[in-house]
Design a protein around this ligand. Structure first.
Ligand code: FES
Length: 121
């Protein structure tokens, strides 16, 4: 039997804090959904950052995600849709587009400021 770990999410948009004891190795988002607690998402493949969270304490296995840079991960962000439980963890949902803007905003600004071909980066 796999050990259980307490996973707590502060869901800022709803003002709720939700916790479950989840078996090690389970997908966090899937577990919350199957227990009646849907969380923010879009692609569900670790690409779009809609499900990004701040990691307040603990760690999770998010090796399957390609949409979050190593820099953002080292700054304490993670993607719920591809993450698995590795131990007790406390998370907080991001502000709308917070991670997307932090990660891609500099590129969008360059595109906006370009005259002519906006894709000539
Ligand atoms: S839902 Fe898109 S990265 Fe998680």
């Amino acid at each position: 039997m796999k050990p259980l770990h307490k996973v707590t999410i502060h869901y800022k948009q709803t003002g709720r804090t939700i916790s479950f004891d989840i078996p090690e190795g389970e997908h966090i988002m899937h577990f919350f959904e199957s227990n009646g607690e849907p969380l923010p998402f879009s692609c569900r493949n670790g690409c779009c950052t809609s499900c990004a969270v701040r990691i307040l304490s603990g760690e999770m296995d998010q090796r399957a995600g390609i949409g979050l840079s190593q820099e953002m991960q080292s700054r304490g962000y993670g993607l719920l849709c591809i993450s698995k439980v590795t131990g007790p963890i406390e998370l907080e949902t991001q502000d709308e587009d917070e991670v997307y803007e932090m990660q891609f905003g500099k590129y969008l600004e360059r595109i906006k400021s370009k005259a002519g071909n906006p894709f000539d980066l």
